[in-house]
Design a protein around this ligand. Structure first.
Ligand SMILES: Nc1nc2c(ncn2[C@@H]2O[C@H](COP(=O)(O)OP(=O)(O)OP(=O)(O)O)[C@@H](O)[C@H]2O)c(=O)[nH]1
Ligand SMILES: [Mg+2]
Length: 382
């Protein structure tokens, strides 16, 4: 009981620190424009002000992730800039985090931890909160033993009071909490299943939005179903699935908005959000939203991340309709070139602008055409 309370206190402290003030951080990432852009977006969404950017070709070196010389340099830069955190845009083992925190005296937040912090800030529904807690615990489990052992060698930022624990007790407590949360989430999943069953009985096909964070899923969802869900240029605005019904010419469908994807998303995070993402597995049609205004290189990388997450969720490519959104920021020639570069043909995609309303009618017709060409006739005669 004591352990659990203390664990909760630690998590609370970590959260409180992150929410209340904009922390000044140094961002360490790879020398690649796309990766830098995404890392800056994550830093901003996490509530950090990036005081300096350091790029390194290799971030998996044994002791500090980065080379020892560079780590020393980082230490003095942190002092000069009076920065209070290092954002390390790669996975790090506890021992690497510990070494870097010990050398520099500040907290080290790796990419996974940063994504978890963002999720934490954004989670508003009970389900999203549970999913985030589960992702946090799954992040913690392979590190638990090593972290406690390291903390016993001397407390460093980010290892808050863990030294008091017995290694096995801490590990067991995390396991226990995972079991409790998984059970609660199963209940939520069951409820969704029941809902799905009811939907089948009402014969309504399900259309689900998917795509990289920030592509415009919620903006399009809002237009289609007349909603006012939050949209924002920051990453991961949406964490909970919302479903509404939509009247198409002569027929009704259900439309869901879901959580966005990002590159290098660890599998355990997808696993934790499975209850939310399951909507995609069961959808009759997945609307894969792509930001048409982006440079081709970024678009390809984001598209590939989406395709691999969809594949992991077991979504058939035949059930995916690509949507090139933000057309108001580009033009037809460029968009068609990009469509071809992604290996698609213009007839098989829809071009939209959630801002101007361009292509929304075409989107509705395409949805009707695709859904009703596929759904067994027993479902179409509602
Ligand atoms: N110019 C322009 N901006 C758009 C368009 N669609 C969305 N946006 C903007 O893009 C940003 C992201 O839009 P959202 O709808 O929140 O994106 P999302 O895909 O739901 O993002 P997550 O919930 O984070 O996964 C917001 O600032 C929107 O106003 C569009 O067609 N044109
Ligand atoms: Mg959204």
């Amino acid at each position: 009981m004591l352990f659990e309370q203390s664990f909760r206190d630690n998590v609370y402290l970590i959260r409180k620190n992150k929410i209340d003030c904009l922390k000044k951080a140094i961002l360490v990432t790879y020398p690649d424009k796309f990766v830098i852009q995404e890392a800056l977006g994550l830093a901003e969404a996490g509530g950090y002000e990036v005081a300096k950017l350091i790029t390194q070709r290799y971030l998996s070196k044994a002791k500090y992730g980065m080379g020892s010389g560079k780590a020393e340099e980082l230490k003095s830069t942190l002092k000069d800039l009076n920065a209070d955190a290092i954002l390390f845009d790669e996975k790090l083992r506890s021992v690497q985090i510990y070494n870097l925190a010990k050398l520099t005296g500040v907290e080290v937040i790796n990419r996974e931890r940063l994504i978890l912090e963002i999720f934490n800030k954004r989670a508003s529904s009970a389900e999203a909160k549970l999913q985030v807690q589960l992702a946090e615990l799954r992040y913690e489990i392979p590190r638990a033993r090593e972290k406690v052992r390291l903390a016993k060698m001397g407390e460093q930022p980010g290892f808050f009071g863990l030294g008091r624990y017995d290694v096995d007790d801490y590990y067991r407590m995390i396991k226990k909490r995972i079991a409790i949360i998984t059970k609660k989430l199963k209940r939520v999943s069951k409820r969704r299943e029941l809902y799905r069953f009811q939907r089948l009985r009402t014969n309504l096909p399900l259309i689900s939005f998917a795509g990289y964070t920030g592509a415009g899923k919620t903006s399009l969802f809002n237009i289609l179903v007349n909603e006012r869900k939050d949209t924002d240029k920051g990453l991961f605005t949406t964490l909970t699935t919302t479903t509404r019904s939509l009247q198409l010419s002569g027929s009704r469908v259900l439309v869901s908005d879901t959580v966005g994807f990002i590159s290098r998303l660890p599998p355990y995070m997808i696993e934790a959000f499975k209850a939310t993402l399951e909507e995609l597995t069961h959808a009759n049609l997945v609307l894969l939203v792509i930001d048409a205004s982006e440079p081709l290189e970024n678009m390809i990388r984001k598209y590939q991340s989406c395709v691999s997450v969809l594949a992991e969720l077991g979504v058939s490519p035949l059930n995916v309709l690509p949507i090139f959104n933000k057309f108001d920021l580009t033009n037809m020639d460029e968009t068609e070139d990009k469509i071809k570069a992604l290996g698609m043909v213009p007839q098989d995609v829809v071009i939209t602008s959630a801002k101007t309303g361009f292509g929304i009618d075409a989107l509705k017709s395409k949805i009707s055409e695709m859904v009703y060409a596929r759904v067994p006739t027993s479902l179409t005669s509602a």
